[in-house]
Design a protein around this ligand. Structure first.
Ligand SMILES: O=C(O)CCC(=O)C(=O)O
Ligand SMILES: [Fe+2]
Length: 377
């Protein structure tokens, strides 16, 4: 079989993309994926054409130029409770830092298969950086139209030390990712402070710190242009397992967020493929912020970790760069005592070791908000 025929043959696609570590980018570059390979075809309920798009709702855009303004704090905590998602503008991260990290993501994927493959999960020189495809290809029924490069951001001992293993990060994007995280850190800190303040948490001790942001991860997500986007998903319905995620998206669009209905409150959240989906349009200079499962657990559901999904398109590739701010693997997360004080509310979640929670998330394909059941009482 010629290499060309090998790639074209359905049964060989997964092998070429996943096992031979060419990534989806390698498949698209081969020029042979002129139609969507069967393993990428989503069931009808999970396609863009069958979801109901919310036409009047939009997620809030919050100007955070003045963190001392009480109305900013109110807007953030309200958005985290009501929508689980918001965009922030005037956050102080220089626009060049944002555009450089997006360009750097393109630069990583523009390299040859051989060059990218050096970082493939399992063969990368450091566990703090790895390249992979889809979500959890070994556990998924249908593959997602996406490649990603993950950076695990473990701080060195000294204040100014570079993250552990960063000397092994790809040179085409290393400094841009480091600069982005460095500039984002004060914003992350502020967001966490505001959310905790509104929960009456006064003593943000080191243990809470480890639960909030013990192990940030950055992803360079790449959704190549897709021959049949109407049949595919870039990332399927899921909630993030982070405490908070700061997502930078390019100007392409494709992200949708589930609309929370009033009657979904009290854990009676909409399940399955129903409900309305709110598009999150790219806003120049804005960062999308969303609450993750760890924050929903710690806040006992006051803040909502909301389902979201992204679709690829036919005209070009799309890049997004989330920073998943999440607990350290060995942190035990549970409902913060302050949230229960003085009220008649009971804890809706038990305490869980975060590395167990993470392992559960990756042991299956994306399945909406089901990961949270792992911690639900
Ligand atoms: O690319 C996007 O807009 C969303 C990505 C996402 O949800 C994720 O990486 O968890
Ligand atoms: Fe996500």
């Amino acid at each position: 079989m010629s290499p060309a025929t090998a790639v074209a043959a359905t049964s060989e696609v997964t092998d070429f993309v996943v096992h031979k570590a060419n990534g989806l980018k390698g498949l698209v570059d081969s020029g042979l994926a002129t139609t969507l390979p069967p393993q990428y075809i989503q069931p009808p309920t999970e396609r863009l054409e069958s979801i109901k798009i919310a036409t009047s709702a939009s997620i809030p855009i919050i100007d955070v130029s003045n963190w001392d303004d009480p109305s900013v704090l109110d807007s953030i905590s309200e958005a985290a409770s009501k929508w689980g998602f918001f965009q922030i503008v005037n956050h102080g991260i220089p626009s060049q830092v944002l555009s450089r990290v997006v360009d750097a993501a393109h630069a990583f994927y523009a390299q040859s298969n051989e060059e990218r493959r050096k970082y493939w999960k399992g063969s990368s020189l450091s566990d703090t950086v790895f390249y992979s495809t889809s979500f959890s290809p070994q556990a998924e029924q249908v593959l997602e139209w996406k490649d990603f490069l993950i950076f695990q951001y473990l701080k060195g001992d000294g204040e100014d030390d570079e993250p552990v293993g960063s000397e092994f990060w790809p040179l085409v994007c290393r400094d841009q990712v480091l600069d982005y995280v460095k500039s984002a850190e004060p914003v992350i800190k502020k967001l966490a402070e505001v959310l905790l303040k509104k929960l009456n948490v006064k003593d943000v001790n080191t243990e809470i710190q480890r639960c909030l942001s013990g192990s940030p991860r950055v992803a360079l997500n790449y959704y190549p242009k897709c021959p049949n986007p109407e049949l595919a998903a870039g990332v399927g319905r899921h909630s993030d397992i982070s405490t908070i995620t700061m997502l930078l998206q390019d100007d392409t669009g494709g992200l949708y967020v589930r609309e929370i209905k009033e009657e979904d409150e009290e854990e009676e959240e909409e399940e399955g493929e129903g409900g309305f989906w709110i598009p999150v349009p790219p806003v120049e200079g804005a960062i999308v912020v969303n609450v993750g499962d760890a924050m929903q657990i710690m806040s006992n559901g006051v803040y909502k970790s909301v389902e979201h999904r992204a679709f690829p398109n036919k005209t070009g590739s799309r890049v997004s760069v989330p920073i998943f701010v999440g607990p350290a693997g060995d942190a035990v997360i549970g409902v913060l005592p302050e949230v229960l004080e003085g009220g008649e509310k009971k804890a809706a979640y038990k305490s869980v070791l975060y590395s167990d929670y993470t392992a559960h998330f990756f042991s299956k394909g994306h399945d909406g908000k089901r990961t949270l059941d792992f911690a639900r009482i």
